[in-house]
Structures are given as C-alpha cells and as structure tokens.
Design a binder for this molecule. Structure first.
Ligand code: 2AM
Ligand code: CA
Length: 267
C-alpha cells in the first residue's frame, strides 16, 4: 500500500498543536486526578480527553489507521502491520499535575513496524520536535544538527530513580560506577522530554529500566535519525508491543557504556 507520509505528517502536526492549545487552556481549571496501577501512577481528565481528541481526528481522516494509546481508547494492537499511531497524550503526567510543565505529547507513527514519523510537543514552551525518517529532525522550523560523539567523563546522563524492572529486580546499585564516572546526572520525569534532550545534545544519554511503547515511540525515531543510538539496556532492539528498558545516547558513548558499565546488569 502507498502512504503519503508528508500528508500524514502535516495532519499530525496540526492535531498535536491543537491538542496542546486545549491543554494550555485547561491550566486555570481544576484537574480531575485519579490513580491507575498504583497511587503514584496518575491520570487526569486531560490525558483521557487528549487521547480521545487524537482518535477522533485520526479515525475521521484515516479510518484504516490504528491507534495504540496509553489511556486505552484506541485499538487493541497485537501486531504492527499497516499504519499504527503510538500515542502518549501526556508524557510526564506527574509533572503535569504537580508542576504544569516538564511534560509533552508524544506520537510515533509506525508503518509495517518501522518508525517513520516522530512528534514530541513541549506544550508549555510551544516547541514541536518533529521528524520524518530520512528528512532530518526539526525543532519548530529549525533543523536540529546531527549528534557528535561524547565520552563518559564529559557526559550528562538522565536516569530514572525508580529502578524497578518488569522482572521486579532493583538494579540501581549496578549503575553506581557509571554515576560516579559521568560529569553529572539528571532526572526530568518525562521520557519523551528526556529523549528530545538527547536528540538536541542537551544531555548525552538517558537510561531507564522500564518504559511503555508510547513513552519511547517518537523519541527513538528522532535519535536514530540524528546518528544517535537507541536500544534496550542489553543493547537489543525494542519490541514495540511490550514494555522495554531504554538506553539512548550519542554515538560512541553507547558502545562504551554498554561494554564497560551495563554488560553485567540483569536488566
Ligand atoms: P507517564 O507520565 O506517561 O506515565 C517518568 O520518569 C517517565 O516514566 C514518564 O515518561 C512516565 O510516563 C513513565 N512511567 C511512569 N511510570 C511508569 C511505569 N510504571 N511503566 C512505564 N513507564 C512509566
Ligand atoms: Ca508516558
């Protein structure tokens, strides 16, 4: 089947901007916050409303496209055939609730399993990071340069403090040598934002033991497009139909950290 990537991208950007405008308009209103899997796993009426907004727009224009969304209003996706929009309506929901900043809308569009379009929208700053595979990455209208190699001793790395992998092992002790050797560590609380920070070179790498497909779908397309590397903590490919660990970084640094700091980890 033929796909018009440029057209899909144009619609996606339009809908992301509109959704962002709706989110900004919600700031003065009282949020309806509830918990999902645990008391700290938050969801708001804005997360749900934003996902529903995308579904209505996508299905209205592309009835054959499928949607894998964090809040579960999309399709039951068990294979990545055809066009699949992988959507996180608000990535960094805890930040959204507590801070009204440091969150993003994240959309990765996969065609027959291949990541083709990535969009991450920093709603508060009106900064849209976007990419069509093979055409570079843009921040609003400005081209983002390719990533340059880095070394551990001059790197800032982002980490998740909650080091519970799906297998319930807590691995944070295994990261201590890396934490001691890098220039600095950060934790921003939105995987999508952390991935655009890697893409734009503001940080050098991001490591986390557990993320859902919608957290990573857009960011890995952008980082690979810029010459960076994106794998699991074991250095393996992702399975976009399940949770994965994540290790994204500038080139060079990835092989060094995998070999010298991660190889013994039971991720
Ligand atoms: P969310 O805000 O969409 O839930 C926080 O460091 C990052 O991890 C956010 O991107 C957050 O996404 C994600 N996250 C939080 N809890 C998670 C969980 N239990 N499994 C997978 N990802 C999670
Ligand atoms: Ca998320």
């Amino acid at each position: 089947m033929d796909y018009n990537l440029k057209e899909i991208d144009t619609y996606a950007k339009k809908w992301v901007k509109e959704a962002g405008e709706n989110i900004r308009a919600s700031f003065p209103k009282t949020l309806n916050v509830t918990s999902k899997s645990n008391p700290n796993d938050l969801v708001t009426d804005i997360d749900k409303g934003t996902e529903k907004y995308f579904i209505e727009k996508i299905k209205g224009t592309y009835p054959n496209h499928r949607i894998l969304g964090e809040e579960g209003y999309g399709d039951k996706v068990t294979a990545l055939s055809g066009v699949v929009w992988i959507i996180d309506p608000i990535d960094g929901t805890m930040n959204f609730v507590h801070q009204q900043r440091n969150f993003a809308i994240s959309i990765g569009i996969y065609i027959d399993g291949e990541g083709m379009i990535g969009l991450i929208y920093d709603v508060v700053h009106d900064e849209l990071y976007h990419c069509i595979k093979g055409n570079g990455v843009y921040l609003n209208e400005n081209s983002v340069p390719n990533l340059e190699p880095s070394i551990v001793s001059e790197s800032i790395i982002a980490l998740n403090a909650t080091w519970v992998a799906p297998n319930k092992r807590i691995n944070h002790e295994l990261l201590i040598p890396l934490v001691k050797d890098v220039r600095g560590t950060r934790s921003y609380g939105s995987a999508a934002m952390e991935m655009v920070y890697v893409a734009t070179g503001r940080i050098d790498a991001y490591l986390t033991p557990r993320l859902a497909p919608w957290d990573i779908a857009a960011g890995i397309i952008m980082i690979k497009e810029l010459g960076g590397e994106a794998t699991t903590l074991r250095g393996e490919e992702f399975n976009m139909l399940q949770e994965n660990s994540l290790f994204v970084s500038k080139p060079g640094l990835h092989a060094d950290i995998l070999k010298n700091y991660l190889k013994d980890g039971k991720w």
